[in-house]
Every structure is written in structure tokens, then in C-alpha cells.
Design a binder for this molecule. Structure first.
Ligand code: SAH
Length: 403
């Protein structure tokens, strides 16, 4: 094996690496024993020269080393084949029926900086660290061998690549441009234009929650459903398929509303689903601030709140909590007695307890008592490593109005 440059870690900074966190910040480095090229594999040792593992080095990034393994592995095609096979095996175990899912989710699959999504027979790749980006060739070879996909797209158009000194890039890198792909989730089909769509496509992390919300719609015999922040209609279509008679989806994006409307039609649910291009905050406010001598009429049996993350960083948490409280307050006012609210938070900076606090503050203000009937998490293709706090971000609850 080639001689690797050694990165020595400051006293006290080794513990999190030993616990499995793969990020070594620039500020945690004591010194580097030899010049290391950006993107190269380095070995990492604590200040007493005890070996901690190997990782990708990048002097341009705040995360100077992304750990790959606690032993001296060769980072070659065989290494990627083993890691990606292990990731795939996890999906097969926990999501046996799924045909579209996230194959590799970065830190959660011990491959910091690599995301691979499978949309039926098309794969979408993101490499957000220099070390991964430089090894795209090996990774593509493994993916072709494992999946024989019709096409592989690169969606490296995220601004965060800048922090690694990487340019933005996007396009078809294997096969022909696939055109719209019909993605199957729980028996419904969603048309996706992977070349231009939001993120890398659909919110695959909600795949199981769609199914569970559909079950709740069925169990509670909900007929009038509101899906706030509906995007491509994930929750709306599942609710309609589960027996809801009228589903209203709200999203501020005209493209999302058009796509959701088409998805409803393609699944034979056009009669039951309507999508409107509105700002959810404004819409909810207009519905819940009554004119003089009028009352707010609760008219929904089931409401879904699945907003985008309201936080960019820790500083924006107070504003985010005000936002969460507001939509909950208004949604609760629109729920019929005995109705159900399914609500989600995808911000890593707002944990389940903080999120729950904002919901309870809203319930308090409108004198409702809530009964929790479900707890939601991200789907198993977005694995959570409790020692790597950043891997956990999606949480949700369903509540009945108890009183
Ligand atoms: N529930 C969706 C995911 C929602 S993602 C699903 O399961 O796929 C967040 C969506 O909220 C995006 O489609 C975005 O266009 C929309 N959005 C963001 N802010 C909004 C606002 N203030 N009003 C309405 N829609 C908004």
C-alpha cells in the first residue's frame, strides 16, 4: 500500500471519530506530517499517534477529512462495491417491496459525500465531497454492475459543492437522457423529470409515511383532506387512493401544482384531487381569520402539514418555531372535532421535542387537547446513526383532536 500522509488530531477531538462520526474539522487538526493532495486518502491518528482510520482529505473544505474506515482499507472499486452492496442489502431487508429508493445516503451508509437514488431503472448520483467526486468512475462502474440501469444522471448542481472547491455539474453520464420516469410508490405512479426536478426527484424519505398516512385516512374514514405543501401530490394521492372523497393540495410552485394535477389524473384520481397554487401561510390565514360576525368553520377530517425545512442554521430556529406554531394553530382551527392532523418536520436543527413544543403551544392557544396516534420517521433508506446526529432529520406525528 502506498505511503499515506498522516493527519494528527488535537487532544479531545478523537472521541467523536471513534464513535463513528466521519467529519474531522480543519480546526481539530494538530498537524499534517506530509503534504497531502486535496481528495487524497490520508491516515488519521490521535495526538499520541494512535491510529484512528483513513479518510479523504480536502484542504479547501471546513470538513478537512471525511473518514472512510477505522482500518487501513484501500479505497478502490472493491471498497465501493462492498459498501454499496451493504447499503443495498439494508434496503432489501427493510423495504422489500420498493422499486424506487435511496441506494446510498452519505454518512448514514458510511460513505460521506455520496448520494445515489434509484428511480425504477434510472439512477441519480450526487458527489458532494472532492474525494468522492474524484472517484466517480469507480462508483459508476459498481452501480452499472449492480443495477444495469438504463441511465445514470448526475445532479451535482447543489451550491454546497462550492465549499469543497467543486464546480456545479448536471446531466446524463451513463446511457441516454431518460426523459420523464414513472416512479412507483405504494402502487401509485409519479411522473418525474429527473433532469430538472427539485432535489434529486421525489421525497423518497416519505415513502413509508405516505403508506401510513393512507392507512390512517382509511382507519378514520376521513373524507375531506387538506395536503399543505403538496409538491407532486405524494400525500394527496395516497389519501385519495385510501378513500378520501375530496383532497385539496396546496403548493406555491406552479410547476408542482401542474405535476401533481397530472399525477392525480394518471392514477385515475382526478375527480377527487384538486391542487392550488397558493402560499400556505396566506391561505391558512385567510381561512382562519373570520370576517366580523362570522365564525371559522372547521371543514377538514384530515390535514397533512409537510413544509420545507424552515431552518438553514441554528440561528434561524426561533423563526422556524414561530412558523411551525402558526401553521399548526391554523390547521387545528380547520380540523373537525375528531379530525386527524399528520405533521412533519424535516429540519435537522429542530428536534422532535422542540417540534412537539411548537405543536402543543398551538394546541394550547386554540384550547385543543391532542391525542398522539402515530410517530413518523424518515424511511429506512435514509438510515439514522445516532452517533452521527446529522443523519436524523425527518420526524412527524399524527394527532387526533381529543377535545
Ligand atoms: N409533501 C411533499 C414535500 C413537500 S416539499 C411530498 O411529500 O413530496 C415542500 C414544498 O413546499 C415544495 O413543493 C415547495 O414548493 C412548497 N412550499 C414552500 N413554501 C411554501 C409556502 N409558503 N406555501 C406553499 N408552498 C410552499
Amino acid at each position: 500500500m502506498e505511503q499515506l500522509a498522516t493527519v494528527l488530531v488535537r487532544p479531545g477531538e478523537a472521541d467523536r471519530l471513534i464513535a463513528g462520526h466521519p467529519w474531522l474539522y480543519k480546526g481539530s487538526i494538530l498537524r499534517i506530517t506530509a503534504a497531502a493532495a486535496d481528495g487524497a486518502v490520508v491516515q488519521v491518528k490521535d495526538h499520541r499517534q494512535r491510529f484512528l482510520g483513513v479518510g479523504f482529505y480536502n484542504s479547501k473544505s471546513k470538513i478537512a477529512v471525511r473518514m472512510l474506515a477505522p482500518d487501513r482499507v484501500e479505497v478502490n472499486e472493491k471498497f465501493f462495491a462492498e459498501r454499496i452492496r451493504a447499503a443495498l442489502a439494508l434496503r432489501t431487508r427493510y423495504m422489500p417491496g420498493a422499486t424506487s429508493f435511496r441506494v446510498v445516503n452519505s454518512e448514514g451508509d458510511l460513505l460521506s459525500g455520496l448520494i445515489v437514488d434509484k428511480y425504477e431503472d434510472v439512477l441519480v448520483l450526487q458527489t458532494s465531497s472532492l474525494g468522492m467526486d474524484q472517484r466517480k468512475g469507480m462508483i459508476l462502474a459498481v452501480l452499472q454492475e449492480l443495477f444495469a440501469p438504463r441511465a445514470i444522471l448526475e445532479r451535482n448542481d447543489m451550491a454546497s459543492r462550492r465549499f469543497e472547491g467543486l464546480p456545479e455539474a448536471q446531466g446524463t453520464i451513463v446511457g441516454e437522457a431518460p426523459g420523464p420516469v414513472g416512479v412507483k410508490l405504494n402502487g401509485l405512479e409519479f411522473k418525474l423529470d429527473l433532469a430538472t426536478g427539485h432535489k434529486t426527484g421525489l421525497y423518497l424519505d416519505q415513502q413509508e409515511n405516505y403508506r401510513r398516512v393512507a392507512e390512517l385516512v382509511k382507519t378514520t374514514n376521513a373524507k375531506q383532506v387538506l395536503d399543505c405543501f403538496s409538491f407532486l401530490g405524494g400525500f394527496a394521492l395516497h389519501a385519495a387512493q385510501a378513500g378520501a372523497e375530496r383532497v385539496l393540495g396546496l403548493d406555491q410552485s406552479a410547476d408542482a401544482v401542474a405535476a401533481a394535477t397530472q399525477n392525480a389524473a394518471a392514477n385515475g384520481l382526478a375527480e377527487r384531487c384538486t391542487f392550488e397554487e397558493v402560499n400556505v401561510f396566506d391561505w391558512l390565514k385567510a381561512q382562519t381569520v373570520p370576517a366580523p360576525h362570522e365564525k371559522v368553520v372547521p371543514r377538514f377530517d384530515f390535514i397533512v402539514l409537510d413544509p420545507p425545512s424552515f431552518t438553514r442554521n441554528r440561528d434561524s430556529v426561533p423563526d422556524a418555531l414561530r412558523g411551525y406554531k402558526e401553521i399548526h394553530l391554523r390547521a387545528l382551527k380547520l380540523l373537525r372535532p375528531g379530525g386527524t392532523l399528520a405533521t412533519f418536520c424535516c429540519s435537522h436543527h429542530v428536534d422532535a421535542n422542540l417540534f412537539l413544543d411548537s405543536i402543543l403551544a398551538a394546541a394550547y392557544d386554540c384550547h385543543r387537547v391532542l391525542r398522539r396516534v402515530a410517530v413518523f420517521h424518515q424511511a429506512p433508506d435514509h438510515p439514522v446513526l445516532p452517533s452521527v446526529a446529522e443523519t436524523e432529520y425527518l420526524k412527524g406525528f399524527a394527532f387526533e383532536i381529543a377535545r
